[in-house]
Design a protein around this ligand. Structure first.
Ligand code: NAD
Length: 301
């Protein structure tokens, strides 16, 4: 029989991920701070509850998909949190993009009560969440990973067990470090091309046939940037948080991240200028602003 899953955090990613669990036949209990966020899932057959504590008392596997580590700490360790309703042997899977040191601390606190934990952050955006094609990066005990693999397979396609608790969150932050850097460098290339009067679509097509291509140039620029839609569902604020995690790891490990630190400052200034809720691909607008170049979607003149 399939275990009851409790899902905490039903936002842009959590809702489609939880929908896929329902489709795979898992009984689902859902909780979000915002009542409205659970509506779609409640209509689709999930049971809505009013605290993380109530949620964990009704499920044996709890998934968290929350903005950042302070939210995970509050939802799991708070007085109305998962830890208060869970039983020994239950398992918490944090699928948020979190700070690994916090993840290890939460895991230790849960372990005192016999509750197990995996970290399993994802990559692939809201489209990947909807289609069940996410890449999932897992940290934690091998045995717990094997037990939870069918649950992860209902949400993702490529699943990697990378090491002990925190390993998934570490690799996710490093992935987004690479992703943000390619976003920024492709923006700079496009702005230079624009200054020369070249057509952005043709420039991106050419880069995509060359060795400068990346997921940013192949997918994000055509899908969100060149058409001015900027609707990836992943914000500048969340990308800034991931860059902060990656560069903090670099500082802790004495691994200099010259390029990463620079790109983090770029995202940080965009947040400081009020752009935290904008699509992360809109970083090009902030860079354009410095260069006095606009209309990236128009033919060069
Ligand atoms: P979101 O802001 O859309 O959703 C987060 C939800 O968590 C919100 O509905 C919020 O009300 C809820 N929440 C916050 N604190 C809570 C608490 N203490 N208890 C219960 N609910 C709480 O964020 P998202 O885009 O779904 O991202 C979630 C995580 O996934 C983040 O760590 C993000 O970095 C990561 N991520 C996002 C994307 C993306 O494309 N959006 C892709 C990969 C990874």
């Amino acid at each position: 029989m399939k275990p009851v899953i409790g899902f905490v955090g039903t936002g842009a990613m959590g809702t489609p991920m939880a929908q896929n669990l329902l489709k795979a036949g898992y009984p689902l209990v859902v909780y979000d701070l915002k009542d409205k966020a659970v509506e779609a899932l409640a209509k689709a057959g999930a049971e809505k509850v009013f605290s993380a504590r109530e949620l964990s008392s009704r499920s044996s596997v709890v998934i968290t998909m929350l903005p950042a580590s302070p939210d995970v700490e509050a939802a799991v360790l708070g007085s109305e949190g998962v830890i208060e309703g869970a039983r020994p042997g239950d398992i918490v899977i944090d699928m948020s993009s979190s700070y690994p040191t916090s993840t290890k601390m939460i895991c230790e606190q849960l372990a005192v009560r016999g509750i197990r934990m995996l970290d399993a952050p994802v990559s692939g955006g809201t489209n990947g969440a909807r289609d069940g094609t996410l890449a999932i990066m897992v940290g934690g005990a091998e045995k717990d990973y094997e037990e939870c693999r069918p649950i992860l397979e209902a949400m993702g396609q490529s699943i990697y067990h990378l090491g002990k608790i925190g390993a998934g969150h570490t690799v996710k932050a490093l992935n987004n470090l690479c992703s943000a850097c390619s976003m920024v460098i492709t923006s700079e290339a496009l702005i230079a091309a624009k200054r020369l009067g070249l057509a952005p679509e043709k420039v991106i097509d050419a880069i995509n046939s060359g060795t400068g291509r990346s997921w940013s140039s192949q997918f994000k620029f055509p899908t969100f940037v060149l058409n001015d839609k900027f609707n990836s569902g992943f914000s500048i604020g969340l990308m800034n948080k991931d860059l902060e995690i990656a560069t903090r790891l670099g500082r802790e490990l004495n691994v200099p991240m010259f390029v990463g630190a620079l790109v983090q400052q770029l995202y940080n200034q965009a947040v400081g200028r009020g752009g935290g809720d904008e699509c992360h691909t809109a970083i090009i607008k902030f860079i354009e602003d410095w260069h006095g170049v606009e209309e990236r979607n128009k033919e060069g003149g």
